[in-house]
Design a protein around this ligand. Structure first.
Ligand SMILES: NC(=O)c1ccc[n+]([C@@H]2O[C@H](COP(=O)([O-])OP(=O)(O)OC[C@H]3O[C@@H](n4cnc5c(N)ncnc54)[C@H](O)[C@@H]3O)[C@@H](O)[C@H]2O)c1
Length: 349
């Protein structure tokens, strides 16, 4: 049976993708994930027993394992999500980022090259980030497929390095690869150290809401399901050797998002209006913090017909409800590896 290899499928975006692909795609889904602190099988619990899904706990840096997967299954597509993904952690512990994001990508590319030979109907899709392009000034046009790479932190540098490997494997060896660079995702099942779930849970628990610097950094928020739709569209209609930039067209200042979350939490829990706003604390900015990211997705819209469907403000309000409903899951993943890194990031607030 035709099979797709999905790395990092127990993570935030990967798990949303596995669920969508399980519904829509007639292929076996091989999910390879090391289950680091960020990975959790509860995210795909509902489909793990499906005969279409096979989960393999393992490291993408393990050459023998990765090659054995290509030998055992007829892999026609690799959708590569597995990564160390948190910028703050990359500042404290950069080695793991170089190991997984760079070396792990190399192992996958080499395994695909050996297994596929000259085959051109396969696809290696590298799921990357807009952070590889660096930061925008307030009046700069959004990033697009022609933007030069200028990564500013260890995470984005490691992703940029892996994107370059992917491009080189296409250019030198003819491997059918595609790179997608997307903006910040939000949605269900995100690890609670990330900005939006962190603010939601601190507000719910009456803890300080730590805002880096002046809070006026701008991010272009993309709903994770819009992102997964875009990836399926690229896999279906995209061309090898191309890059596609994916954004939600939702540029928002961090403070705006924090205020929206505070309002939503007060509204949903019945707190008097303004209660959660009093929890906002400005903390020392993250070193090398990029000021603004934004993405121009017009090529993806024009050429492949993809459009973002979610309205940011409505989806964010619903998401607060989703996290309240899934508090037990959040508590279980926070129990794994949370408080140490939280303290390193925000100190003793
Ligand atoms: N979250 C975002 O906003 C965002 C935006 C742009 C791009 N991306 C990219 O999308 C991908 C997925 O991001 P995410 O937010 O879902 O990340 P995540 O941290 O939630 O998940 C990463 C997954 O990879 C697994 N993993 C880590 N190291 C591994 C290894 N050595 N071998 C096998 N599995 C390993 C983890 O266990 C986890 O399940 C990443 O490549 C990231 O760079 C994310």
């Amino acid at each position: 049976m035709n099979a797709w290899l999905i790395t990092g499928g127990a993570g935030f975006i990967g798990s949303n993708f596995v669920r969508m692909a399980h519904e829509r795609i007639d292929a076996k889904l091989i999910v390879l994930d090391a289950l680091t602190y960020a990975g959790d099988l509860a995210r795909i619990d509902d489909i793990l027993t499906s005969s279409k899904v096979e989960f393999i706990k393992g490291d993408i840096c393990d050459t023998e394992l990765v090659q054995s997967i290509f030998k055992k299954h007829q892999i026609s597509k690799v959708i590569h999500f597995a990564a160390e993904s948190h910028v703050d952690r990359s500042i404290f512990e950069p080695h793991a980022f170089i190991k997984t994001n760079v070396e792990g990508t190399l192992v996958l590319l080499e395994a695909a090259r050996k297994a596929w030979g000259d085959r051109q109907d396969a696809c290696f899709l590298q799921v990357s980030t807009d952070e590889v392009f660096g930061a925008l000034g307030p009046d700069d046009p959004p990033f697009n497929e022609s933007s030069p790479y200028q990564p500013n932190n260890p995470y984005s540098a490691s992703k940029a390095a892996s994107d370059h490997l992917v491009w080189a494997w296409h250019h030198t060896f003819g491997l059918p690869t595609i790179i997608s660079n997307c903006s910040n995702n939000y949605g269900p099942w995100q690890y609670p150290e990330k900005f939006i779930p962190l603010m939601i849970f601190n507000a719910l628990e009456g803890k300080p809401l730590p805002v880096y610097g002046d809070g006026l950094q701008v991010r272009d928020w993309l709903h994770v399901e819009d992102h997964c739709e875009a990836l399926l569209t690229i896999l279906e209609k995209g061309s090898a050797g191309e890059t596609y930039t994916i954004g939600g067209n939702n540029e928002r200042k961090n403070m705006y998002v924090v205020n929206m979350i505070a309002d939503a939490v007060d509204d949903i829990t019945g707190n008097p209006k303004g209660t959660s706003h009093e929890l906002i604390r400005y903390v020392k900015d993250r070193p090398g913090h990029d000021r603004r990211y934004a993405i121009d997705s017009s090529r993806l819209q024009r050429e492949l017909g993809w459009h973002a469907m979610f309205v940011f403000e409505d989806a964010l309000y619903d998401l607060v409800g989703w996290y309240i409903w899934h508090k037990e899951w959040v508590d279980s993943v926070r129990a794994k590896d949370y408080s140490n890194s939280y303290k390193k990031q925000y100190g003793d607030i």
